[in-house]
Design a binder for this molecule. Structure first.
Ligand code: PA5
Length: 447
């Protein structure tokens, strides 16, 4: 198999289908590929992400880096306000490359990033105010629609705090907005207040926006190399846009649809690397919101191994056979530590003395994959050489492209999310938003 930076290894899935079935799925995937790249499928007004890396005006990256640079002295903490696609990509990328305990071994001072507007917890918000009362901070508010309730509430509170603490003019210097070019309350508010603004292209939807300023600005502020991130995405854009069954995105989309059609209902994204926890959250949003509609779609779940082998491992090994695993594996760890020899060997571990923790992890990975395959769980292995900016950019693009193909194979529109409106309507009614009185009455009668 050709090494494209991302390797999709299907050996662990082949016992669960026939060659003929795979050939059929690959043919369907190629048809879906044609639909995607021709721009003739459903939701094609949101295909701006498709060539976004290669077409990117690199001066945008300089502008982003210059905001990041200017905040380095000003802020100890930067609050990134956003939810869903305006949150998860940045969180995933930053977690993947940051020190596990926040220790920074660089000369330059980078602010700590914290997130807000991704929940409606009063306690979380009050705790955040404690933090920014003690530190110098700045805020990036991100919302494509500019009207999403959770980030809007968080931003209103933080804006008021800055204006009170620093005065109007300095508050303006401490706020950057990332939003739509024309529509939405955040756009008009930014114009009125004079905030520095970055644009989310009209033709890029929320969960496909990680490679726009939505993900790039927080990533740059945290001190990471956004040029390398985009370079990785450009490399993967070329690979994914090649019409061949060897294309890793086509292979992945083929196998997940084939397994779905064979009765599997759940895909679990597995990592053996705690820094990938939020990458899985980003992946879940991408596939869940793109595919879960019209009564169809694999349910995307995730586990962090080996931690969750001690909780979810039992079900995966032995529970209902409705799932398959996709292991997102990192071939080389950037750091490692050897297990020492102990003369008394009271814990009986001398058989691994001299080997590294990561070697143990790799054996856990292999052993788990084989055990789960033997337990009836198809296993797809997606591996990447190591975690760095370049490979993260590749991974983001790879999964976006694979999701587009996979959703077209299902016959649904990958780029809308009609189902997320229902809870909002109810919440607005219950909060007494004007125009929702009748619904509020009906809801109150039910509960
Ligand atoms: O993928 C999507 O479109 C959604 O998950 C949005 O990203 C999320 O609802 C946040 O929307 P907005 O950026 O408009 O505040």
């Amino acid at each position: 198999m050709k090494d494209t930076g991302i390797i999709v290894d299907l050996k662990g899935a082949t016992p669960f289908y026939t060659e003929k079935q795979f050939a059929g799925a690959a043919t369907d995937a190629l048809a879906a590929f044609d639909t995607l790249v021709s721009g003739k499928g459903r939701g094609s007004e949101y295909l701006g992400w498709l060539n976004l890396p290669s077409k990117m005006d690199r001066s945008l990256l300089s502008q982003i880096n210059s905001v990041a640079e200017s905040w380095r002295e000003k802020a100890d903490v930067v609050i990134v306000i956003g939810i869903g696609g305006s949150y998860l990509g940045a969180k995933a990328a930053i977690e993947a490359l940051s020190h596990s305990f926040g220790i920074k071994k660089v000369e330059k001072k980078y602010p700590d990033l914290v997130f807000a507007g991704q929940n409606l917890s009063g306690e979380y918000m009050a705790d955040l105010m404690d933090l920014i009362s003690e530190k110098e901070s700045a805020a990036v508010v991100i919302s494509k629609s500019g009207t999403t309730t959770e980030p809007a509430i968080a931003f209103r509170i933080i804006k008021d705090f800055y204006e009170t603490r620093y005065g109007k003019a300095e508050a303006t210097n401490r706020i950057v907005a990332v939003t739509d070019s024309k529509a939405g309350a955040l756009k008009s508010l930014s114009l009125t207040e004079g905030y520095r603004t970055f644009i989310i292209p009209d033709d890029v939807g929320g969960r496909y926006s990680v490679l726009t300023p939505v993900g790039l600005l927080p990533f740059a502020i945290a001190g990471f190399d956004i040029e390398a991130l985009i370079d990785g995405a450009v490399g993967m854009e070329q690979i994914c846009n090649t019409r061949t069954v060897e294309n890793p995105a086509i292979r992945y989309a083929s196998v997940r649809n084939l397994l779905y059609n064979n009765g599997v209902k759940i895909e679990i994204l597995v990592n053996f690397h705690p820094k990938l926890t939020y990458f899985s959250e980003w992946w879940k949003q991408l596939f869940g919101e793109s595919e879960g509609k019209e009564g169809r779609g694999l349910f995307p779940a995730s586990v962090n191994f080996t931690s969750d082998l001690h909780s979810m491992g039992q079900y995966i090994q032995d529970g209902e056979r409705i799932l398959f695993e996709t292991v997102l594996s990192v071939r080389e760890s950037s750091r490692d530590i050897a297990v020492n020899k102990d003369d008394r060997d009271l814990d009986g571990l001398n058989f691994i003395a001299g080997r590294t923790v990561e070697e143990c992890n790799k054996m856990a990975e292999l052993g788990t994959r084989i055990a789960h395959i033997d337990g009836g769980v198809p296993n797809v292995l997606i591996s990447v050489e190591k975690l760095n900016e370049y490979n993260l950019g590749s991974l983001f693009y790879f999964f976006e492209f694979a999701c587009g193909i996979s959703a077209y194979m299902l016959g649904i529109n990958p780029f809308d999310q009609p189902g997320v409106e229902d809870y909002k309507r109810n919440m607005f009614a219950l909060l007494g938003k004007p125009g929702y009185d009748e619904l509020a009455q009906k809801l109150k009668e039910r509960f």
